[in-house]
Ligand binder design. Structure first.
Ligand SMILES: NC(=O)c1ccc[n+]([C@@H]2O[C@H](COP(=O)([O-])OP(=O)(O)OC[C@H]3O[C@@H](n4cnc5c(N)ncnc54)[C@H](O)[C@@H]3O)[C@@H](O)[C@H]2O)c1
Ligand SMILES: N[C@H](CO)Cc1c[nH]c[nH+]1
Ligand SMILES: [Zn+2]
Length: 434
């Protein structure tokens, strides 16, 4: 059965309406999910461990009697790392190294300057004390997400990393445990969904309350993160994975088809879009999809994702392609072009840009170095990849000299009177000499 991927063309009169429909999906806006998550969070807040255990047993089909059954020991994590086959361990270590090197460049440094009268002003950078890492594990296990979340946190100097990862049916993914060990995660609980987010946000008798929760997850996780924001910090509300390929008809259609599959296989809700200036190339990619899909183990997920949320968009030229890409603001954008470099700085909204035929998005997911936790659902218009800066806080520093207090005191006093706040004015005036 052919994959009925949507076809759009900029020459169509209703192109704009079709684009709106394509982008209408809003992550976690489902009312049923909102209600379920609100109930779980309230229950975890009130009953703590008991509620966490009940929801985990229900949703992940476990039989935990106490929280001790839902926490992994250091010994277990080390054993997982030690038992890894040599090729997997080498790949994990190589990826961890590359991710660390890239993220070390992101560390924010403090700064200060001193004015002529001796007043010093500056900014101090401090790491967060305790962070919760959500590692998804419902439909697939993500050791790479352990590295992408934990390594920047460690580079920032976070003192304590608490990881949660669901283990449906009690299946513990050994590569996930090994990655947690390698990345220096402090504690791991086998919890998922809204109950895991609630435990980290409110703290329970066993799970320590964290300052910030980071990491992607499904709609239950995203909704829970949005609801606990304010009690704790969050990195972003991540939706399903997305890829947008911009093609000029050069390159291999099989490569493009597989790149579209690579995000579609994550989730039925993932989005894969191909924008192309060449109608004949779109047909070649469609043929590649039909040829390659039967060879894929997760073909039903890919088919559903491509059918419901995928699209081929025929454009008149590269300027149109870039304008549409900027409107979509995708999580991942591939420039599958013969000469991609001139187009890079015309892309203003994308989580990550993959430049040229050899840069498959999958390399970024695992080991190129940049983070794979990226803004989705158009939020690349205003937010950035997860990075070291997400684990650092800025504090302003102000040290006013006696001379500085005279100049600043007069300005502050005048403005404070203007705001009708006499105590503010007096506190500045007390320090004036005349
Ligand atoms: N942005 C990224 O960097 C990135 C990386 C990896 C994965 N992802 C995305 O993360 C998502 C992972 O989703 P997942 O489902 O595989 O794992 P998940 O860990 O996010 O969710 C699993 C949990 O969902 C909860 N849940 C499931 N059904 C429920 C229900 N009916 N009621 C209440 N709770 C329920 C359960 O508690 C379960 O433990 C995918 O969309 C994938 O594309 C994103
Ligand atoms: N593509 C995902 C982010 O959207 C990250 C990932 C992890 N493993 C494979 N891929
Ligand atoms: Zn991926």
């Amino acid at each position: 059965m052919a994959v009925a991927i949507k076809r759009l063309s900029t020459v169509d009169a209703d192109f704009s309406a079709k684009m709106n429909a394509l982008l209408a999906f809003e992550a976690a806006a489902d009312e049923g999910i909102e209600r379920t998550v609100a109930g779980i969070l309230a229950d975890v807040k009130t009953r703590g461990d008991a509620a966490v255990i009940e929801y985990t047993n229900r949703f992940d089909r476990l039989a935990a009697a106490s929280m001790a059954d839902l926490e992994l020991t250091r010994v277990e994590m080390q054993a997982a790392l030690d038992a890894l086959p040599a090729d997997r361990r080498a790949a994990l270590e190589a990826a961890a190294h590359r991710v660390r090197v890239y993220h070390e460049k992101q560390r924010l440094e403090g700064w200060s300057y001193t004015e002529a009268d001796g007043t010093m002003l500056g900014q101090m950078i401090t790491p967060l004390d305790r962070v919760g890492l959500y590692v998804p594990g419902g439909k697939a296990a993500y050791p790479s997400s352990v590295l992408m979340n934990a390594i920047p946190a460690k580079v920032a100097g976070v003192k304590e990393l608490i990881m949660v990862v669901p283990t449906p049916d009690g299946e513990k993914n050994q590569l996930v445990l090994a990655a947690a060990c390698l990345a220096g995660v402090d504690r791991v609980f086998t919890l998922g969904g809204a109950q895991a987010v609630g435990a980290l946000a409110y703290g329970t008798q066993t799970v320590p309350q964290v300052d910030k929760i980071v990491g992607p997850g499904n709609a239950y996780v995203a909704t829970a993160k949005r609801r606990v924001f304010g009690i704790v910090g969050i990195d972003m509300v991540a939706g399903p994975s997305e890829i947008l390929v911009v093609s000029d008809g050069s390159g291999n259609p099989d490569w493009v088809a597989m790149d579209l599959f690579s995000q579609a296989e994550h989730d039925e809700l993932a989005q894969s879009i191909l924008i192309c200036t060449d109608a004949a190339f779109l047909e070649r990619v469609q043929a590649s999809i039909e040829k390659l899909l039967p060879t894929m183990p997760r073909q039903e997920t890919i088919r559903t994702s491509l059918t419901n949320r995928g699209a081929f968009i025929l454009v008149r030229d590269m300027d149109e392609a870039v304008a549409i890409a900027n409107r979509v603001a995708p999580e991942h954008l591939e420039l599958a072009l013969a000469d991609p470099d001139p187009w890079v700085d015309k892309i203003h909204h994308a989580g990550a840009i993959f430049i040229g035929h050899y840069t498959s998005e999958s390399l970024g997911d695992y080991c190129a170095g940049p983070n794979h936790v990226l803004p989705t659902s158009g939020s690349a218009r205003f937010s950035s990849p997860l990075g070291v800066y997400d684990f650092q806080k800025r504090t302003s520093l102000i040290k006013v000299s006696k001379a500085g207090a005279q100049t600043l005191g007069r300005i502050a006093s005048t403005l404070a009177h203007g705001e009708g706040l006499p105590a503010h004015a007096k506190s500045a005036e007390f320090r004036l000499e005349d």
